[in-house]
Design a protein around this ligand. Structure first.
Ligand SMILES: [Cu+2]
Length: 145
């Protein structure tokens, strides 16, 4: 192999390394993205659309949290009891539990008060006397400005 080919090969290697690096940075940035304001989940035929009024939610403030429950035919699922538990994985900062109130058929609302800024898990337990259905989502809380 003579020198011009070696230089070209070296140039291509550097270019490939740069492309791999950019791809790695973009993947990492994607992983850091905040979870969406609205998360829709179906478990055992029951659909929960879980949404926050303002998002990201504010730490140590009341943040409107609404769950719209529909059955497998898309009709409002009424008369469920919904309990929400907020927790941070791998942290000792404490869980926050609260109940939601049904304010319209299949529409349940309450107020979430995260204790710290960061990523939280929200577990939503829906029970109607006969059965319990569990939903979960993540949310981002930020310091109030
Ligand atoms: Cu924490």
């Amino acid at each position: 192999m003579n020198s011009p080919y070696k230089k070209a090969a070296a140039g291509i290697s550097v270019l490939l390394a740069v492309i791999v690096l950019i791809a790695a940075i973009q993947t990492h940035a994607g992983a850091d993205e905040s979870p969406p304001a609205v998360v829709s989940q179906t478990v055992n035929g029951l659909n929960a659309e879980m949404q926050f009024g303002t998002y990201p939610v504010k730490r140590l403030q009341n943040n409107d949290f609404t769950v719209i429950l529909t059955d497998s035919e898309g009709k409002p699922a009424s008369r469920y009891n919904l309990r929400v538990r907020l927790s941070m994985s791998n942290m000792m900062c404490g869980d926050v539990s609260f109940m939601l109130k049904e304010t319209a058929p299949g529409v349940y609302t309450g107020e979430a008060v995260p204790l710290m800024a960061g990523l939280w898990d929200a577990d939503v337990e829906a029970h109607d006397g006969d059965r319990v259905v569990n939903f979960s989502r993540t949310l981002e809380a930020e310091a109030a400005h």
